[in-house]
Design a protein around this ligand. Structure first.
Ligand code: FES
Ligand SMILES: [Fe+2]
Length: 462
């Protein structure tokens, strides 16, 4: 009889394996086990409910699928494929002629929220295709004004299972920003755990642009916010190097990373016979007590704990496509990537905070978000500075990559977390991967489950 390997034994193994691989120059590819267009057996945020009018549908592209959203039964938002099953015109160019339905702009066939054809306006009131023609429907759910769509082949799980846990805590409130980035969804995931902050977001005053065509206003805005950082990070020692990255916490759906051996001040690099950074003479203030020295300038606070678990944490990735980084103790900076095409991603940035008890407290928090957090982190850092990679033609996915000690988290994501995804658990693999294609369909899984067979795929170790 073999040794039983429960999930926890597997995770210990995953962590060690990722570390070992990182220190040996890994060549795991971005899409070996991670699908180009996202894991499908999950809920994803797709639109604000208020954007879907009673008459006007809304078009969204999700995981490569063209989807139309409209008001279905009881005003709930329904989602169908955008391609009319009659002769494939775009339903999103039509209108809701009747409550709870959408009518195709071409010949007027009309569909309800389940995708069933319920009328053939210019065909005939007794058209034989009524009740027979059907458009693919996607399960939908709503939470706090946001519409979520289930993209999977198998039966949906309750929405709560896929929502960031902080959103389910009634003590919290959130700010949301939605923005399209021109990159594959895995890149904003990777940068959640690749510790590029130490270089790309170094927060220096620099007359040079950090990337081609960087607008001057973006640099000025960043410089302004950084100079008046409340920890006055500009005058304190900065990170010189991380000393690698390690995985410090693992669970079934996420893992957490942290800098392994960060050093502040300067590092001497024999290969170039020089210290870097070269000048630090003005960084004379003592290290901030709130700092653990993890990130770069305004590093994660020592007191920063997850609003979700209460445990301290740094950079993490959660399935299917969320990253978290605590920039300050009072809030969670969470980004949920929704792949649109292979090189465009709709990024939902949730800034989640404890709700202050008083109105004044809430106003203060609004001021903090709109005048500080949003412009300095969400826009200047994540959207402007990251344009070094988040624009068409600035990053290649088709050339080989060599991952090293900074990439332990990325390796973990690509090799281990990917294979704990629901796509692998339920279908034996994920569509759009190079090495882990599905071995069954949703229909086969349902049949196996009905026959009482174990439909969940054991995780291969290797
Ligand atoms: S294509 Fe939609 S009704 Fe004909
Ligand atoms: Fe970044």
């Amino acid at each position: 009889m073999g040794v039983e390997h429960g999930p926890s034994a597997q995770r210990v193994w995953d962590r060690d394996a990722a570390h070992e691989e990182a220190w040996g120059a890994s060549q795991i590819g971005p899409f070996d086990y991670v699908p180009r267009l996202g894991f499908r057996e999950y809920w994803y945020p797709v639109a604000w409910k208020k954007e879907v009018g009673p008459k006007r549908p809304r078009y969204v592209r999700v995981l490569g699928d063209d989807v139309v959203l409209f008001r279905g039964a009881n005003g709930q938002v329904a989602a169908l494929t955008d391609w009319c099953p009659h002769r494939n015109a775009r339903l999103s160019l039509g209108i809701s002629e009747f409550p709870g339905t959408i009518t195709c702009p071409y010949h007027g066939y009309t569909f309800d929220g389940t995708g069933q054809c319920v009328a053939g306006l210019i065909d005939s009131p007794t058209s034989p295709v009524i009740g027979k023609m059907r458009a693919k429907a996607y399960p939908t759910a709503e939470h706090q004004g946001i519409v979520y769509v289930w993209m999977g082949d198998t039966d949906p799980v309750p929405l709560e299972q896929d929502l960031p846990g902080e959103l389910l805590d009634s003590r919290n409130r959130r700010y949301v920003r939605v923005k399209d980035w021109e990159t594959n969804w895995t890149e904003p995931i990777a940068q959640g755990v690749d510790f590029h902050e130490g270089y790309l977001h170094r927060m220096q005053f620099s007359p040079r642009p950090m990337f081609p065509k960087e607008p001057l206003w973006a640099r000025s805005l960043m410089n302004f916010y950084r100079a008046f950082n409340k920890n006055l990070g500009f005058f304190r020692p900065k990170l010189a190097y991380y000393g690698g990255v390690e995985i410090v916490d693992e669970a079934e759906t996420y893992f957490v990373t942290k800098a392994k051996a960060p050093v502040f001040g300067q590092g001497f690099h024999p290969g170039v016979n020089a210290k870097w950074p070269d000048k630090v003479w003005w960084r004379k203030l003592p290290m901030s007590k709130r700092r653990t020295g993890i990130s770069s300038n305004n590093a994660t606070s020592a007191k920063a704990t997850s609003l979700l678990t209460g445990k301290p944490f740094d950079h993490s990735v959660e399935l299917p496509s969320k990253i978290r980084s605590v920039v300050m103790a009072e809030s969670v900076h969470l980004r949920w990537m929704v792949p649109a095409t292979a090189d465009r991603t709709r990024v939902w940035t949730y800034t989640i905070c404890r709700t202050p008890r008083t109105i004044l407290g809430r106003l203060w928090q609004d001021a903090w978000y709109y005048t500080w957090r949003k412009p300095s982190i969400v826009v200047a850092t994540n959207e402007q500075e990251d344009l070094a990679t988040f624009m068409a033609d600035r990053l290649r996915f088709d050339l080989p990559q060599k991952l090293g000690p900074l990439d332990a988290g990325l390796i973990y994501f690509r090799r281990h977390l990917a294979r704990r995804s629901r796509d692998f658990q339920r279908l034996g693999g994920a569509k759009g991967t190079d090495k882990g294609l599905p071995t069954r369909t949703g229909e086969q899984r349902r049949r196996m489950a009905a026959q009482g067979q174990a439909a969940e795929q054991p995780i291969a170790s290797g």
